[in-house]
Design a protein around this ligand. Sequence first.
Ligand code: SF4
Length: 261
Amino acid sequence: MRQHLSLEERSYLSERYGLRLQDDPRPCLRSITAMELLDRAACESYLDWLGDYIGSPTRQATASTLVKRYAAIAVSPALYSMTVNNKGLTLELEHCLLETPELPEHNPLGTKLPYLSVSSYGISLPAPDQRRNWREHTVRELFAGHLTPLIRSLSEIARVSKMILWENALVRMVPLFKEAIDSAEDPTAAARIREDFRYIAREAPGELFGERRNPLSALVESTGMDPEGDYKHRLRRTCCLYYKVSAEYCRQCPLPQESRE
Ligand code: SF4
């Protein structure tokens, strides 16, 4: 039987993450599939356009900003669906369209960063007593099959370190787990979400990320989330370069005060 998301689940993903699960294109200034970002010429052209549009002075800063955004609009809803609703959301790179709509007149200062439309997706549910296997499969699909190729391509094309890009993904994942733990409907659900975070960020083998080692495990301490899911303020390990776009430094910026521009 084909599985699906409930109306309520779809609405939440749309309201919280801006995710459009439909394939009718909307008028856009520019759009590109995630798959096209694996192609050097298409990726360079898109990064240069996006950099101009958001006011980023370098491809490094643009690629870094884009990965942060992608983690918020694609990775976070997929993980939310897995950990809160127990529904694996399969997103294929070719079906993920990054869209930059025109800024609405009523909100000219809204974000200029892209939104995600997904033209086709799959849903999987864990079989009874098989949640661990299902989770392993879901995590492998999302990371090794989806995010890692994008991170590799953007890292190589924009010459920005993979460590920065993985930390960007992680800093977008942490709030989703934190919020989900805080608002879990019962202690069992909170424990499951906490365990999912620990598994992804600390215990999952590198193979699920298409890497030799888990790229998140060396970075998770600095996110402030401990293995129990408690949160403390910490500095990032890497600076994500967004200050070059926004002229602001975040509270987690690791750059020493004296080196800031
Ligand atoms: S200040 Fe924070 S958000 Fe800004 S570039 Fe540094 S790490 Fe990134």
